[in-house]
Design a protein around this ligand. Structure first.
Ligand SMILES: *[C@@H]1O[C@H](CO)[C@@H](O)[C@H](O)[C@H]1NC(C)=O
Ligand SMILES: *[C@@H]1O[C@H](CO)[C@@H](O)[C@H](O)[C@H]1NC(C)=O
Ligand SMILES: *[C@@H]1O[C@H](CO)[C@@H](O)[C@H](O)[C@H]1NC(C)=O
Length: 556
């Protein structure tokens, strides 16, 4: 369009405007058609299942908040979409050609636990209705809904009870349990409470902003029937928070975490003869949707009840499962749509440490518990990368945290590195030193906004964590920027090079505690205590002494 202002004739401009209007018209027609189509689809489906629409529009009109900012997704569109919509088939065609072999419902049924906090009514309803209509009735034992202290919609649970009684009341066999925490207890507590009341053979934890796709349950049940200690995740198809469009999830990803105990997607490697749609092992769950034997879940101690509110619980469960005799699989023939929100819609309780946000504080608290209870000597790695965690108080002893491990005779964490997550181990083996980089009382920090190198307090909550790589000698931030010496002996950050040429100028060597740039033979220096420069290496110069938070033992 920018061309119009300056360069084009009025006739061309007219053309652009008409083209634009036609586009709009086509869009509106498509939108209306698909809306109507979904409506017909929904009423047919509901009639077939002998349930009526009832007054669901009245039900969702009670939604107290209507801003997109509050829910982190397009609430108007969510309200307009209706109770259920047709979803694209995202799984491989071979998933439908073969009927899964299932044990009888008495032996293989599921209790679904959905915990929610300030969720929009239309979104929650679509989660529930898609679940009830796309799950074989005999295998769905019960539905447990936990309202975790939603603040602005206090009648939600009662309304829901009434609505579901009217619509699904004829389903004799389906157990319905409604729970409400008057005060917010957090997702971890709520899910544990739901699971403790469940009576099905398996328990599935589902988020409240999902849409299950056709045939989602059968492939999961089939896998679980074959292995009592297995836990499974469906493959999550992303639903866009703005357009609510439903896309195909990626079968080449598995769940994992880094040494800061942050969740990461890892690349799946296909073995020869392995097909994309086959179930595959994963070091951690793919998000928060998971299913396993209820009994096994309880024996493992549920989600660790020492963890607060939200964060880290599925990583903790994953480590615990693997180390204590279980396994995790992702099953691509099972698809559940899920909204990945841009940031947490949660409000956390108030903070006591000025330098950390409340959310960071809770996340660190939970990560520290995981490190202390499961990581053994590798916890030093976590503390090197998250020094602020050292100052976070825990309310119980480490013996308590480790007791279950001893009772269950779980493997040491080293076993996890060797057998489950070679990626994490590789990262560890590649390092010669890591963590904050300190000179006297300050640390070298790469500012996010302009990538400038500065010296800052070592307790800054996002203080840069450096990694000195053993092989290449590169000194890298976790954002994969490497320290280099450029034109005029200026110290700079640039994207870490992958080939020899690019790496040569990014190579550093250790001379005691000094850092020497391999190409120029100059040392990193802080002579004026405020700005880094390069200068001739001098032994015993305090201004040239830089310490990493963690040196890998027994290595040079
Ligand atoms: C729905 O209800 C009608 C009678 O009201 C009954 O004939 C029909 O079999 C029911 N359909 C299903 C799928 O239960
Ligand atoms: C579900 O499974 C449990 C435990 O195996 C069993 O006690 C219960 O009767 C089953 N429910 C249904 C509806 O089959
Ligand atoms: C090496 O990588 C740099 C950028 O990182 C690139 O400019 C250069 O062309 C590459 N050289 C070779 C030989 O691939």
């Amino acid at each position: 369009m920018y061309a119009c202002g300056k360069y084009c004739s009025p006739r061309r401009c007219g053309f652009y405007i008409i083209a634009f209007l036609i586009c709009q018209l086509v869009f509106i027609v498509i939108f209306m058609r698909s809306d109507r189509y979904d409506d017909i689809y929904a009423s047919e489906l509901l009639a077939y299942k002998n349930v009526s629409y009832l007054d669901w529009r009245a039900f969702i009109s009670q939604t107290p908040e209507t801003t997109e900012d509050y829910y982190q997704y397009n609430i108007e569109l969510s309200n307009a979409l209706g109770l259920i919509r047709k979803l694209p088939v995202t799984r491989h065609s071979s998933c439908t050609t073969r009927n899964p072999i299932l044990p009888p419902p008495l032996e293989a049924n599921v209790s679904v636990v959905i915990s929610f906090h300030n969720e929009a009514r239309s979104m929650l309803l679509r989660t529930i209705v898609s679940l009830l209509l796309r799950t074989p009735e005999d295998h769905l034992h019960e539905l447990i809904l936990v309202d975790d202290g939603s603040q602005r919609d206090v009648t939600l649970l009662d309304d829901l009870k009434r609505w579901m009684g009217g619509v699904f009341g004829s389903r004799q066999r389906l157990g319905l349990i409604f729970l409400r925490n008057e005060e917010r207890m957090g997702m971890i507590w709520s899910r544990n409470r739901g699971a403790s009341l469940a009576s099905g053979r398996y328990v599935l934890f589902l988020d409240s902003h999902c849409e299950v796709n056709d045939g989602w349950l059968e492939p999961l049940l089939e896998r679980l029937a074959g292995n009592a200690n297995l836990a499974v995740s469906p493959l999550l198809d992303p639903i866009d928070p703005t357009t609510l469009s439903y896309r195909k999830g990626n079968e080449m990803l598995k769940g994992g975490f880094d040494w800061s105990l942050h969740f990461h997607w890892l690349k799946r490697q296909l073995a020869s003869g392995e097909r994309l749609e086959m179930p595959y092992q994963s070091p951690a769950f793919a998000g928060g949707v998971l299913m396993m034997s209820r009994d096994w879940f309880l024996r493992l101690g549920s989600f660790n009840p020492y963890l607060k509110i939200w964060g880290g619980e599925s990583i903790e469960l994953a480590i615990k499962l693997w180390l204590c005799g279980g396994q995790i699989e992702i099953v691509p023939c099972s698809r559940i749509g899920h909204i990945f929100r841009r940031r947490h819609a949660f409000d956390f309780p108030s903070q006591f440490d000025q330098q950390l946000s409340p959310a960071q504080e809770i996340y660190l608290h939970n990560s520290k518990i995981i490190a202390e209870s499961w990581l053994d000597e590798y916890k030093n790695m976590f503390y090197a990368l998250r020094p602020a965690a050292r100052r976070i108080p825990l309310e119980h002893t480490y013996d308590e945290l480790q007791r279950m491990r001893t009772e269950r005779q779980c493997h040491p964490f080293d076993w996890y590195l060797r057998h489950v997550s070679p990626e994490l181990r590789m990262h560890f083996d590649e390092l010669s030193a890591t963590g904050t980089l300190r000179n006297e009382d300050r640390c070298v920090h790469a500012r996010h906004k302009d990538s400038q190198l500065i010296l800052a307090s070592c307790y800054l909550s996002d203080i840069t964590q450096w990694s000195l790589l053993r092989q290449s000698g590169q000194l890298s931030t976790h954002r994969e920027f490497c320290l280099t010496v450029g034109f005029g002996m200026r110290i700079a950050l640039e994207p870490c090079g992958r080939n020899e040429t690019a790496r040569r100028s990014q190579r550093w060597m250790r001379l005691g505690t000094r850092l020497m740039h391999a190409e120029t033979h100059l040392c990193l220096d802080n002579p004026l205590k405020e700005r880094l420069e390069m200068s001739t290496c001098r032994s015993h110069a305090v201004s040239q002494s830089f310490q990493f938070a963690l040196e890998m033992e027994g290595r040079t």
